[in-house]
Write a protein that binds this ligand. Structure first.
Ligand SMILES: NC(=O)c1ccc[n+]([C@@H]2O[C@H](COP(=O)([O-])OP(=O)(O)OC[C@H]3O[C@@H](n4cnc5c(N)ncnc54)[C@H](O)[C@@H]3O)[C@@H](O)[C@H]2O)c1
Length: 355
């Protein structure tokens, strides 16, 4: 268990990861190497990274401020300028060392600088290990809407090393649990039950659970890299979740909601919609709610806030022909895609979440 193969790259674990990095760097003869970090991963992860790399190669660290609010075109401009001023060219390599914000924005910056340079993801949050760094989606937020601008482009390598999680705050660790649980909900009831039991017992998922989570996502992406059909299942919880995240990003209340917390709320609401529309057994909807409520506190969202959140749905990336498409569940492990939902049913899902 030290490697998972994606279409154009591999996800290498621990020592095998840093060996893979050595091999690529020796083989590709890069003209220059840059490491993109945010202000937290510069402090916490660069010292670990330096110890991990066995060959000595020169690299320049480029830092942006941490946080979703910096996943913007302004941060891109700053990094593109630094790359350009530091002699970056088409044979440069960008290593993204950070959470999902860094792997998303770094992948986008690399994919567009000089019409595309190589990049490698070294995720340092649980969420970016099991989700954001895998599957080739890169991008930035724009005009208050998440991931509105971006491209699908694969990294050359992804390195998963749990050593980086040592400095990760518990709130961020929990955010990663949401995506792991989602992987179970959309494809594997056994995996869902295993992870939820661990989490309900306040145990921390380890390398095996992380490996299996990445395997689930990778298999879905291999089947449908450009999200024409099957890949859409990865958006379970995200239609409502992204609207919640986008809304609170710019509001005074709940400004610090993590991505995982937002999509956990989305999954509870969408589980109830699944009960209403796809005949998901109510006991499974309640089980989903119970598991997420054991991880996250209930966020008090007022009715007027919820009405504003609903208005964000019309900007959802998955919309087509003016319609908002949901991923719902027939059963835990059996998703259905492209379902349209009346506002009334969304409202009932919201009441179920708050009840
Ligand atoms: N591309 C995809 O397929 C995909 C999938 C899921 C999520 N995402 C994106 O991922 C982003 C969320 O990722 P995230 O939750 O990793 O957020 P993040 O990158 O903002 O990281 C969370 C916080 O943890 C800090 N941090 C990161 N690693 C650390 C470490 N090892 N020690 C201490 N602090 C550390 C960061 O500085 C940040 O403050 C969102 O923008 C979301 O849209 C993308």
């Amino acid at each position: 268990m030290n490697q998972i193969n994606a279409k154009n790259y591999s996800v290498n674990f621990e020592e095998n990861g840093f060996n893979g990095l050595d091999i690529i760097i020796k083989k590709k003869l890069y003209s220059s190497i840059f490491v993109l970090v945010d202000s937290n991963t510069n402090k916490e992860c660069i010292p670990v990274f330096e110890k991990k790399i066995s060959t000595s190669f020169d690299f320049k660290v480029i830092e942006i401020e941490h946080g979703e609010e910096n996943k913007t075109i302004r941060s891109c401009e700053k990094v593109w300028a630094t790359l350009s001023d530091s002699g970056g060219d088409r044979k440069s390599l960008l290593i993204n060392l950070g959470g999902g914000v860094i792997t998303d924005i770094g992948g986008f910056i690399a994919s567009t600088f000089k019409r595309g340079i190589d990049f490698i993801n070294i995720p340092t949050t649980l969420l970016s290990m099991v989700d954001a760094s895998i599957g080739g989606k890169t991008g930035i937020d724009f005009g208050n809407l998440k991931n509105q601008i971006g491209v699908i482009n694969d990294p050359k390598l992804v390195i998963i090393d749990l050593v980086f999680l040592k400095s990760l705050p518990i709130k961020e660790l929990k955010s990663g649990y949401s995506e792991m649980l989602k992987h179970g909900l959309i494809s594997d009831k056994k995996y869902w039950s295993g992870i939820s039991t661990l989490l309900m017992e306040k145990k921390i998922p380890g390398i095996n659970e992380i490996f299996n989570s990445i395997k689930i996502k990778n298999e879905i992406v291999l089947d449908d890299p450009y999200e024409k059909h099957k890949r859409k299942v990865l958006n379970f919880g995200h239609t409502i979740g992204h609207a919640i995240e986008s809304f609170f990003m710019d509001s005074k209340t709940h400004k610090n909601l993590t991505h995982g917390e937002s999509i956990a709320i989305g999954m509870i609401i969408e589980a109830h919609i699944s009960f209403n529309i796809c005949k998901l057994d109510i006991s499974e909807a309640k089980e989903i709610k119970k598991v997420f409520n054991s991880i996250f506190n209930i966020v008090k969202i007022s009715e007027s806030e919820f009405n504003q959140i609903l208005s964000f749905l019309k900007f959802d990336k998955k919309n087509s022909h003016g319609k908002t498409n949901f991923v719902l569940l027939k059963k835990i492990g059996s998703p259905v895609i492209d379902i349209q939902v009346p506002d009334k049913k969304i409202k009932e899902g919201f009441e179920f979440y708050l009840s």
